[in-house]
Design a protein around this ligand. Structure first.
Ligand SMILES: [Zn+2]
Length: 386
């Protein structure tokens, strides 16, 4: 493979800066590979990170004749910054690995990197004809998602091992923690004890410094609150300084805000693609269906604590609306607001709760529906309508 300058991929700085990181990384690894044999960035069977930066900045660091890299004029500093981000990304994903036989800054392309590069070269040859846009070639040559997807699939396999602690429906949660392309730990819900969350089960196998900068694949949005002294998984992930969290399905429970907290902590968030999400939704259907279900409150025949009647001006008295507040029928039951046909219009656990509902319904009738309140009465101060 002969040398391919960045300019041959991206004619302008705008073309280059427009690319997403995966595409840019695909180009960078191809570009770096093309240095082989040039004795500059590539020497001693390895690649030098500092030399690469020097090349981009057109600094003379005794490299001999260099291919002319600072090709983007005044935009070069932006390009340099972006290319170094791409280098770091390749490193984090384990596609470039440190060459321990050399002092700092020397890297080699990992086996995985070479493999991806190989499939990339084939695509490049197939598409080397005129008129192929660099962007199109890049995304064909390097399917970044494939790497992510491998770990997502593994997390789903882990999820299937989840153990429920009782008869109620619980989610299936699997977790894979990856750093520099290597799997550090896996876990699933209930693995280490009754009701233990998947993230917790995986994280407890590692110490916090190991996890720093890692990507955590989890099949469910991490939880955001746990009864003290337990820490929520979101808090654990933030405290461990993970770099990225990729989750499968959002938690349907309205009180969960793992996504929001992680994003606010500066953690990059990814989600599983739709086909895997659908697979997880099917796996978790029983649990999911048990959430956000409005309880059906049966009417009760207790003596009302309050009543009110409403009518519309000019209508027959037969059209009057009668409403009642009734106390719970038995322990653990609800206070209800019911109409004459025993439809439950509102319910509450306490007299204060039902009083709020009672006043809300009254305002609705009088102000919004423009009904006239004909009469009302209550034995309870809180339920008096004025
Ligand atoms: Zn959790």
């Amino acid at each position: 493979m002969s040398f391919r300058s960045l300019k041959s991929f991206f004619p302008t700085a705008d073309d280059l800066l427009r690319q997403d990181l995966p595409t840019l990384c695909a180009i960078l690894v191809t570009h770096l590979k093309s240095y082989e044999g040039l004795n500059t960035v590539y020497q001693y069977a390895g690649l030098n990170c500092a030399y690469f930066r020097a090349m981009l900045e057109n600094r003379n660091v005794g490299l001999g004749t260099l291919p002319k890299e600072p090709e983007y004029g005044a935009r070069q500093p932006e390009v340099t910054k972006r290319m170094m981000e791409a280098w770091n990304w390749l490193e984090r994903q384990g596609l470039l690995i440190r060459n321990d036989e050399q002092a700092a800054d020397w890297f080699i392309i990992s086996t995985d990197g070479e493999k991806l590069l190989k499939s990339g070269e084939l695509t490049l040859q197939e598409n080397s004809g005129v008129g192929v846009s660099p962007h199109k070639t890049a995304s064909q040559l390097f399917r970044w998602e494939d790497l992510d997807r491998r770990f997502m699939l593994l997390a789903i396999e882990e999820a299937k091992k989840s153990v429920a602690e009782d008869d109620r429906p619980h989610p299936y949660v699997g977790v894979v923690i990856v750093k520099d392309g290597k799997i550090l730990a896996t876990g699933y819900r209930g693995e280490s004890g009754d009701g233990d969350h998947g993230e917790y089960c995986a994280l407890k196998k590692l110490n916090e410094t190991d996890v720093q900068g890692a990507t955590v694949y989890t099949t469910l949005e991490p939880c955001s609150t746990r009864k003290p002294p337990k820490r929520s998984c979101t808090k654990r992930l933030i405290d461990s300084k993970v770099m990225r969290v990729v989750y499968g399905i959002a938690d349907k429970d309205e009180s969960v805000y793992g996504h929001a907290s992680l994003a606010e902590a500066g953690i990059e968030i990814g989600v599983f693609p739709n086909d895997l999400m659908q697979e997880l939704l099917a796996l978790n259907k029983a649990w999911s269906d048990s959430l956000r279900v409005k309880p059906i409150i049966p009417p009760n025949d207790t003596s009302p604590l309050a009543n009110a009647s409403y009518y519309k001006l000019g209508t027959s008295m037969h059209d009057n609306i009668h409403l009642f507040v009734r106390p719970p029928k038995n322990a653990g039951g609800f206070y209800t607001v019911e109409d004459a046909a025993k439809n439950v219009l509102a319910h509450g656990r306490t007299i204060d709760e039902i009083a709020v509902e009672w006043h809300r319904i009254d305002r609705q009738k009088v102000i919004v529906e423009k009904l006239v309140r004909q009469g009302s009465g209550s034995s309870n101060r809180l339920l008096n309508l004025v």
